[in-house]
Ligand binder design. Structure first.
Ligand SMILES: *Cc1c(COP(=O)(O)O)cnc(C)c1O
Length: 403
């Protein structure tokens, strides 16, 4: 794995300032190659779920290595087209959007994934079977360790319940809808291959209701290791099992289906590094805080999902180890990590958060009127600034001073 070295990251921090996100594009293609080689025995396609990280340069890079794109908003679809993806390589999987947004996706010619019966009915009434669609199901499978990012369980707003299949069949029959695909996405951080396989069994059962079916989309949620000892999804095992299952299905039904996936985190998480500066070391009665020049406005995952990000002091990598609580500067509880062993941190040192490529910059905000960080892409040992740091003027952009 081509991890960027401490020295390289310090150099970037000095040159471009902090806080700064750094993405190593070559790590993205390594992940993509791993996926491809795990699924050579089935007819697989990979749609990068770009809500994880959508900088236009990253999208262009992912286009160049041959992956397709999964979008959850019409603007992501437009970014994808701008990055060079043909409509056929874009899958639009929105949730709770109005019919106009679905219609716009159709006008743009992308693959549509519809996740409620109301829209299904409207689409069928307007277009009949003239435009193929995919239906998003909720298989009622609880996957992943975090309720907030689990989407396949009974209380989830996502997809159409598999128990509503009769209703769907009615709509399809009445309107002549052309159902080319069925989809499930049970959420993030699924380490257990069996969760996917259980879901796949449910999907095969549903597949029998749609004779024109071309693909089954199993979504994503492949887990990546955030800390030492973390279990990750065994992609190779999954590849074997999925290929076997599709082969069996083909033998039983005579139908050869494609399998689609929508990896987000798996492709970009490890490519990302978030570098901050230690502003103050603050000894209290209970702990030693490192206060950094960032906060959950830049990296919300620890506060929002209780996510663990490995942290390293890259300017004093051989310093003696001490225990710290790493906090941000936002006026709220704003804790990145409790009781972390770090090489001694001095004011002015640079700390890096690893695995910051997915849902990092993408979920950042201007809370506390703080500026969003810059983004850097490293590609073939060259460094590119791909987003300027916000300026003060950006805070006022779109505000109208009326008094
Ligand atoms: C978010 C999302 C993904 C990607 O999930 P990861 O856990 O980042 O791999 C895939 N498909 C859909 C529909 C999503 O909403």
């Amino acid at each position: 794995m081509s991890y960027l070295s401490n020295e390289y990251l310090v150099q970037i921090a000095q040159e471009y300032g902090t806080p700064v996100y750094v993405y190593n594009a070559n790590q993205i293609s390594e992940q993509y190659e791993k996926l491809k080689s795990a699924f050579t025995k089935c007819n697989a396609r990979f749609f990068y779920a770009c809500k994880a990280l959508s900088n236009i340069n990253i999208l262009k890079y992912i286009e160049s290595i041959g992956a397709s794109l999964d979008c959850v908003s019409i603007n992501e679809v437009k970014l994808g087209l701008r990055a060079g993806f043909t409509p056929e390589r874009i899958l639009f999987t929105p949730n709770c959007v109005d019919f106009a947004e679905i219609d716009e996706g159709k006008q743009l010619g992308v693959n549509l994934n519809i996740d409620n019966i109301s829209i299904l009915e409207q689409f069928g009434t307007k277009y009949g079977g003239s435009y193929p669609i995919c239906i998003r199901f909720n298989p009622h499978i609880m996957g992943g360790g975090n309720y907030k990012i689990s989407t396949g369980h009974i209380d989830s707003k996502f997809g159409i319940s598999i128990h509503q299949i009769r209703h769907i069949e009615r709509v399809v029959k009445s309107t002549g809808l052309n159902v080319a695909g069925i989809h499930m996405h049970t959420g993030s951080d699924i380490k257990d291959v069996n969760v996917f396989l259980q879901g796949l069994e449910v999907m095969f059962e549903i597949a029998t209701h749609f004779p024109a079916l071309k693909f089954i989309d199993l979504g994503s949620g492949f887990k990546v290791p955030y800390q030492e000892g973390d279990v990750q999804t065994d992609i190779n095992l999954l590849g074997e099992k999925v290929a076997e299952a599709f082969k069996n299905y083909q033998q039983e039904t005579g139908k050869e289906l494609e399998v689609w996936f929508e990896p987000g985190k798996y492709l970009v998480s490890e490519s990302g590094y978030f570098i901050v500066k230690a502003n103050v070391i603050k000894q209290t009665t209970a702990t030693v805080f490192v206060g950094v020049n960032s906060g959950f406005n830049h990296l919300i995952r620890p506060m929002f999902y209780d996510a663990y990000h490995r942290i390293k002091n890259i300017s004093n990598a051989n310093g003696s180890e001490r225990i710290y609580t790493v906090v941000g500067n936002i006026c709220e509880t704003d804790t990145f990590a409790w009781d972390r062993t770090l090489n001694e941190v001095r004011e002015g040192d640079f700390l890096v958060f690893y695995n910051a490529g997915a849902y990092g910059f993408e979920m950042s905000s201007n809370f506390n009127s703080r500026l969003k960080p810059a983004e850097i892409m490293v590609l073939d040992d060259k460094t590119y600034l791909i987003r300027k740091r916000d300026s003060f003027e950006d805070l006022l952009k779109n505000q109208l001073e009326v008094i």
